[in-house]
Design a protein around this ligand. Structure first.
Ligand code: DNO
Length: 352
């Protein structure tokens, strides 16, 4: 595995040089944030980001994300213009040496939580999804703002989008995804850039909007839309693991064996009885996922893709981007690296 860490560019309160100080850290996961969704990322911006990352002694080989314009997801008549731009982004990033692009196909909202700073028993704060709170949230009243969401939408835009998705429905979303993949995957192949879809977080429909990348069945369906090693997954343990219906180690075993996992997001979640969840420290017994088992199945399948510790809590007084502080993610990184080293050494000893 190649250890990586998400960094939001020069505006990120986490300094890139500090990231490099995490033992065995190889790569930065980042993006261009000041180009509107759907437009082409200029080569000079890509190269300057690459230079910054290189100067810190890290590799620039994973992009998270190149966002997909809503017109593509909705299958609107102007989608081809945005798909052409998307292809150009793949070409430009390929030229800069990028190996993996993470993206998602979630309508309107990316990841969703009801609270970003829930205080846990030890005084740290974490992101949570409480069902009763989410039930009371109304994205159309114009008041809501969460970090995974594009805050540039007006109330009217949102209303139009919601109506659009109501017409499209789940099956329409699938066919728009298929159309998109059939266009972009050949370009990814030609430029040696692996596409890695991020599952829906949480893995069920929210606010009446369809969500389709949620279960084993849907992952199978997705991979069969275009059968190519360039059409793969960002396997996010926390997103898929928020649904008790997903057996995370079993799914990783299956898709790693198929060499369809290009990028791993590793974090833990504590599932609650009513279907909600709290994000927890990475260590297995703090949440509902067995992180050792997860690392074991990756190791068993000789996983050599990128892996990053996902969301951390805020600890030691750190403030910053919810889920993306330095300290707890660094602890998570060392925890998974420790498990990996143990696996490497014990299997070598046994002569495997
Ligand atoms: C949340 C992230 C997601 C992810 C996108 C990929 O912390 O994992 O926002 O970056 O869904 O497009």
């Amino acid at each position: 595995m190649k250890l990586s860490f998400r960094w939001y560019g020069n505006d990120d309160p986490v300094k890139i040089n500090y990231i490099k100080q995490i033992p065995t850290m190889e790569s930065i996961v980042t993006a261009i944030y000041d180009v509107p969704v759907g437009e082409v990322w200029p080569m000079d911006k890509i190269n300057s980001l690459k230079e910054t990352v290189g100067k810190a002694g890290l590799k620039f080989d994973v992009i998270e994300s190149v966002p997909v314009h809503e017109d593509i997801k909705l299958g609107n008549s102007n989608r081809d213009r945005y798909i052409e731009n998307y292809k150009q982004n793949i070409i430009n990033l390929g030229k800069a040496g990028v190996k993996v692009i993470c993206y998602n196909f979630m309508p309107v909202f990316d990841w969703t939580r009801s609270q970003l700073d829930k205080e846990l028993d030890d005084g740290s704060t974490a992101l949570v999804f409480y069902v009763d709170q989410v039930d009371k949230m109304d994205p159309l009243d114009g008041e809501l703002s969460l970090p995974g969401w594009d805050s540039s939408y007006t109330k009217e835009d949102l209303k139009d989008l919601f109506e659009g998705y109501e017409k499209v429905g789940e099956e329409g979303l699938w066919s728009n995804l298929e159309y998109f993949l059939k266009e972009i995957i050949p370009v990814a192949e030609a430029n040696d850039v692996k596409m890695a879809i991020h599952p829906d977080d949480p893995p069920w429909p929210i606010f009446g909007l369809p969500r389709i990348i949620t279960t084993e069945e849907s992952l199978d369906r997705f991979l069969n839309l275009v059968d190519s090693k360039y059409n793969g997954l960002t396997f996010c343990t926390g997103s898929l693991g928020s649904g008790s219906f997903n057996d995370v180690p079993k799914l990783i075993d299956k898709y790693a064996a198929q060499e369809k996992i290009h990028f791993m997001h590793v974090r833990n979640v504590k599932l609650l009885d009513d279907g909600g969840f709290e994000e927890s420290a990475h260590y297995s017994s703090y949440g509902s996922l067995d992180i050792v088992e997860i690392m074991k199945v990756l190791h068993k399948n000789n996983f050599d893709g990128y892996l990053r510790p996902d969301h951390g809590r805020m600890i030691w007084g750190e403030t910053g981007r919810p889920g993306y502080g330095l300290y707890d993610r660094a602890l998570g990184a060392m925890y998974v690296v420790g498990i990996w080293e143990t696996l490497e050494k014990s299997y070598k000893k046994r002569g495997k």
